[in-house]
Each structure stands twice: as structure tokens, then as C-alpha cells.
Design a protein around this ligand. Structure first.
Ligand SMILES: Cc1cc2nc3c(=O)[nH]c(=O)nc-3n(C[C@H](O)[C@H](O)[C@H](O)COP(=O)(O)O)c2cc1C
Length: 399
């Protein structure tokens, strides 16, 4: 059998990547990883993992994004413990038996001619938002009963406070349980390395476990993991150290945070602010985190998100500015409603962020990178297998 890779985004003769006026399509380096462009598929839970396993669904899902030009695809949040899943169908990496399924996805992405596509994984723990049915618009979201594969008695949180009355009451984690979860993040990262991923992202956003420790709106602890800012961020710093000691020096580490709680309408309620995010980012930069991925919200059901095209981009820009002023090298990823080429270009070229992450628009249009390239008059190499279907309308008559 030929060892020739089976797919390609590599330029064929005469197929050139035209130089771009925008940074969007310029390759760039994070530690030992080179991305072919700055358009990255954001992590999206697909609730398609029996017993946490990655399946051919993931191969197809991430395969088609990377085959069609994405710089990198970040695999959905994958639980570091079985009880840290949001739902029974969540992906997971808490056991060695989950490595081969992930490796199959990673190997496919890397098999493209030219090795253009890269693949990362997001690691997380659901905390007090665990043990529920998947979230779909128009479908009921409820606790999964034990008879249906739920784990109501094992839900752990920063504090024994429900997210909503319809959620499971979590048990406040003991110091020992925190240590176990920190170790579990490191072990899951080591498994991801064995599977061959190109980068790791920590899920520190959206009110899940780490995020609920960070914010005083969800963390009511009185020990070394609650109270002061320094205490609330402790678990995240330990998770970062645990992962860094389990992955190669050359491998980029991303951390996703919620930049704010969106609770400014309740000014007397202690909450996580953009100033906290800036302070945290400066610390993470010194701890070996390479990219801060700036999302928001999720810690309180009363949040009021001010949705504009810039609702999260502005937070990324504020963090990036502070990092630059402090001489830090950490990069910033913007995410949220970046669904058109003009906005993506603006984010990068006006230095609001160093890369854009896109979620829903990639589900609508897996060929988004080519769509944006054409809109911006940039010619990208087209996979060899598809050369008889030229995208250029002038060449369409010729086959
Ligand atoms: C179906 C779906 C699943 C998601 N799952 C995750 C996830 O696993 N981890 C995460 O950090 N964010 C998750 N998100 C949030 C996205 O990564 C992204 O931040 C959000 O959708 C905003 O970006 P967009 O406007 O480009 O969709 C999910 C979003 C969607 C639509």
C-alpha cells in the first residue's frame, strides 16, 4: 500500500496561496506549532460520544473543517473525569481506552498532503452544571435520572449552590477532591499528547467548574480556594501547571475564560470583571499559557449579555492591550459572532486579537475559510482531490 497521504490542502503546481492584505491568511507560530492561517474552529459540544468515546462522527466533523482550510479545529470540551461531564453523551478523556478514538481523528487531520490542518482538544469539568441532558433550542433541558445513566450523587462544585433550581445540587469539593481533579486534567492532557493532538485548551469559562471557582458570584468557599482573587484563581493555576508538566514544551496551551459575568446591573453583587480577566491573563502568561481565548458569561442565570458584534471582541482587545503594555508574549483569541470576513479582518488587522475562533458559522458553512478568502480576493490552494471542481467561475467550464 502506498504511504502517500490521502487528502490535500497542499498547493499543486500553479496553485499559489496569494499574499494576503490581511493577517487572516498568514501562517503563524505558537511555540512549536505553525498554523496555516488564523481562522480556528471553536470548541463545540456535539453530544455524540457513547461513554465519552470519540467516534467517526468526530472524524467527519473535524475532518471536513480542516480539509476545507481551517487553521486548526478545537475538539469540544472533553471531560477529565466521568462525573465531570455535562451530559452522558459528552466526549471524555478520563481513561486510556478513549485514546484510540481520538487518535483516529487526529491522524486523519494530519494525513492531509502538506500537513496543513491542525487539531486541538479542550479539556474541562462541568462542575455544578453536570449531569444534565444536552442543551438544544426548543428541547427540554433536565437532570438525567440515574436509571437513564445519570450520576446525581456525584456532582461536585466550588460551593454547594445550584446554578438553577432545575439543576443538581452540587457537593462542595474537598481539598482532596480538588487535587484529584487537578491531577485528572494533567492525566487527560497526557492522553491527548499520546493521541497526537497539536494543542490543548483548558475550559475555564461559561460557569463550568473552573469558571465557577474564579467568580465570587459562584464561589462561596472560605478555604484556600475561595475568598480573595488569589484564592479563587488557585485551581486554574494548578490545572495549568498540571497540564504543562504533562505536555511537551513545544505544545501550545490555550485557556478559555469568561471575561465578565455580565452582572453589572447588580453592582452590589460580587462578580468577575474585565479587570480580573486582565490580572489573570498577566499571571497565566508567566505560567506558560500561550493563548487566552476570551469568551464570557455562564456563571449566573441572571446575566444580561449586551449582544453587539463586538460583545466579546472588546474584552479580547482590552486584554491584548494590557498584555502588550506589560511586555507579555501571550496571544489573544477573539470569539463570538465573528461570522463575516470583514469583521474577522478588522479584529486581526486592528490588533484586537491574534486569531479568530468561529463556532456556529463553521457548522453552517464548513467551507467558510474559502468563502472568506474569495470575498477578500485571496486564492488558497484547493484540495487535489477536488481540482476538477474549480472554485474560480472562469475555470468552471473546464474539467
Ligand atoms: C453547539 C455548540 C456547542 C458548544 N460547545 C462548547 C464547548 O464545548 N466548549 C466551549 O468552550 N464553548 C462551546 N460553545 C461556545 C462556542 O465555542 C463559541 O464560543 C460560541 O458559540 C460563540 O461563537 P460563535 O458566535 O462563532 O458561534 C459551543 C457553542 C455551540 C453553538
Amino acid at each position: 500500500m502506498s504511504s502517500k497521504p490521502i487528502t490535500s490542502n497542499a498547493p499543486e503546481e500553479g496553485q499559489k496561496h496569494t499574499p494576503s492584505q490581511t493577517k487572516l491568511f498568514n501562517p503563524f507560530q505558537i511555540r512549536g506549532l505553525t498554523l496555516r492561517n488564523r481562522i480556528i474552529v471553536a470548541p463545540m459540544g456535539m453530544y455524540s460520544s457513547p461513554n465519552g468515546n470519540f467516534t467517526d462522527f468526530h472524524l467527519m466533523h473535524h475532518g471536513h473543517f480542516t480539509f476545507r482550510g481551517a487553521g486548526m479545529s478545537i475538539i469540544e470540551v472533553s471531560a477529565v473525569t466521568a462525573s465531570g461531564r455535562t451530559s452522558p453523551e459528552d466526549a471524555g478523556l478520563w481513561d486510556d481506552s478513549q485514546i484510540p478514538g481520538l487518535k483516529k481523528v487526529v491522524d486523519y487531520v494530519h494525513a492531509q498532503e502538506g500537513g496543513g490542518g491542525k487539531i486541538a482538544i479542550q479539556l474541562g469539568h462541568a462542575g455544578r452544571k453536570g449531569g444534565m441532558t444536552p442543551i438544544y433550542p426548543g428541547r427540554e433541558h433536565h437532570i438525567v435520572a440515574k436509571d437513564d445513566g445519570g450520576w446525581e450523587d456525584e456532582i461536585l462544585g466550588a460551593s454547594a449552590v445550584q446554578f438553577l433550581p432545575s439543576y443538581i445540587m452540587p457537593k462542595e469539593m474537598s481539598g482532596e477532591q480538588i487535587r484529584e481533579v487537578v491531577v485528572a486534567f494533567g492525566a487527560a492532557a497526557a492522553r491527548a499528547v499520546k493521541a497526537g493532538v497539536d494543542a490543548i485548551e483548558v475550559h475555564g469559562a461559561h460557569g463550568y467548574l473552573i469558571s465557577s471557582f474564579l467568580s465570587p458570584i459562584a464561589n462561596f468557599r472560605t478555604d484556600a480556594y475561595g475568598g480573595s482573587f488569589e484564592n479563587r484563581i488557585r485551581i486554574l493555576l494548578e490545572v495549568v501547571q498540571s497540564i504543562r508538566s504533562n505536555i511537551p514544551d513545544t505544545m501550545p496551551l490555550f485557556v478559555r475564560i469568561s471575561a465578565v459575568d455580565w452582572m453589572e446591573h447588580e453592582p452590589s453583587t460580587p462578580q468577575w470583571t474585565i479587570q480580573d480577566s486582565v490580572k489573570l491573563s498577566l499571571i497565566l502568561s508567566d505560567l506558560g499559557v500561550d493563548v487566552i481565548d476570551v469568551s464570557s458569561g455562564g456563571n449566573n442565570p441572571e446575566q444580561k449579555i449586551l449582544v453587539t458584534p463586538y460583545y466579546q471582541i472588546n474584552f479580547a482587545a482590552a486584554i491584548r492591550k494590557a498584555l502588550k503594555e506589560a511586555g507579555k508574549t501571550m496571544l489573544v483569541a477573539a470569539v463570538g459572532s465573528i461570522d463575516n470576513a470583514a469583521l474577522a479582518t478588522e479584529v486581526l488587522d486592528e490588533e484586537k486579537a491574534d486569531m479568530v475562533l468561529v463556532a456556529r458559522e463553521f457548522m453552517r458553512n464548513p467551507g467558510l475559510v474559502y468563502t472568506w478568502a474569495e470575498q477578500l480576493n485571496v486564492q488558497l490552494p484547493w484540495p487535489r482531490q477536488y481540482l476538477r471542481a474549480p472554485r474560480d467561475s472562469k475555470l468552471r467550464a473546464t474539467i
